[in-house]
Design a protein around this ligand. Structure first.
Ligand code: ZN
Ligand code: ZN
Length: 344
């Protein structure tokens, strides 16, 4: 597969797509119906379908009976932890083995020409990005994921969360299923913006940003506080007329859904000639430049708040201009306080 048909590679070996990243054609005025229809299949396939189906499979084969879940117990919580951990190991591991261990597509479509395993880095536990990321994923990531899952299922089993049935409320639940990714996007943007404030960044979010060159295991490599905030999207279903399967979809959208944004490749080659888009470029640029693309472009929040970078030279110029204005503002403030200090 010739990746230079789709993008270009610089001297360092970093690949970038030719086309700028586009935000989803939702929330635009006037509405773009044709664009929405063209975009819609990408909304479902393959990623959202995988996360929704995995929720259905969990409900069918993994989640204990309602009677069991009425009482909190270590038994079913441990069972859910094991299943979540195995699923993360298999799902994340598949990308890791395919793209980073066996390097099946070498560096074709890879944003950063280097592989993280090539470099030692003191920012990480044991100076290894992979080891650090894997430990954080299973120690706090899957643990907090499971704790939220257990709390929500217990709430459903005891009537503390509004539980609609698919047979009686198919349309309401279909609508909720459709907006699950939108809830995620809204929530992720808000908490992400919050943890980029100086204090929380230093204390919490810098852990995730240690992976400047993200790989599959970077997806859930976060500080426990970020895990709680990030996976906490499931709590929206405490007030939303919903169903435990959709709550699981919401949770899987966050937990398993973190991976496409961190695979580090723009497209994953499947077989001889099939390519699957990761839609990761916007978030890759976030890891590279820190202060752009707080969201994933499903809602054009970054455009509205002026932090959008679509990877084009214009996007780059806008970012530089923003940095320049901020520097000027800081310098002016510093000069003002100095003048005040001298006058006193
Ligand atoms: Zn990230
Ligand atoms: Zn960030």
């Amino acid at each position: 597969m010739d990746d230079l048909k789709y993008g270009k590679r610089n001297k360092r070996g970093d690949w970038a797509p030719n086309e700028p990243v586009e935000t989803a054609p939702l929330f635009v005025f006037p509405p773009k119906l044709m664009a929405v229809l063209k975009w819609l299949p990408h909304y479902f396939f393959p990623w959202n379908a995988i996360f929704a189906l995995s929720a259905v499979a969990y409900w069918a084969w993994v989640i204990p009976s309602v009677e069991t879940m009425q009482t909190l117990s270590i038994g079913w919580a441990a069972w859910l932890y094991i299943v979540n951990a195995v699923c993360v190991l298999l799902f994340y591991g598949a990308f890791e083995v395919h793209l980073y261990v066996l390097k099946r597509q070498e560096n074709r479509f890879k944003y950063n020409g280097k592989f993280p395993s090539d470099q030692k880095n003191k920012a990480f536990w044991f100076e290894s990005q992979n080891l650090d990321n894997i430990l954080r994923t299973f120690l706090s990531g899957v643990t907090i994921w499971t704790a939220i899952e257990v709390a929500m299922l217990w709430a459903y089993a005891n009537g503390y969360a509004p539980w609609l049935s698919f047979s009686e409320n198919p349309w309401t639940l279909a609508l909720v299923a459709l907006v699950v990714p939108i809830i995620h996007e809204f929530h992720f943007f808000c908490i992400h913006r919050l943890i980029h404030t100086p204090l929380l960044y230093k204390w919490v979010h810098s852990v995730h940003h240690n992976s400047v060159n993200p790989s599959p295991w970077s997806s859930l490599s976060m500080h426990p506080v970020e895990h709680l905030l990030y996976l906490g999207t499931a709590f929206y279903h405490l007030i939303l007329p919903s169903n435990p399967i959709l709550m699981l979809y919401q949770l899987h959208y966050a937990g398993f859904g973190a991976i496409p944004g961190h695979v580090g490749f723009d497209k994953v080659e499947v077989g001889e000639d099939k390519l699957v888009d990761s839609h990761a470029y916007a978030h890759y640029l976030h890891h590279k430049y820190f202060e752009v693309n707080y969201g994933d472009a499903l809602i054009p929040l970054d455009k509205w708040f002026g932090t959008w970078h679509d990877g084009s030279p214009e996007g780059e110029a806008q970012m530089q201009e923003r940095y320049r204005r901020r520097k000027e503002k800081l310098a002016a403030r510093k000069a003002r306080t100095e003048v005040q200090g001298a006058a006193e």
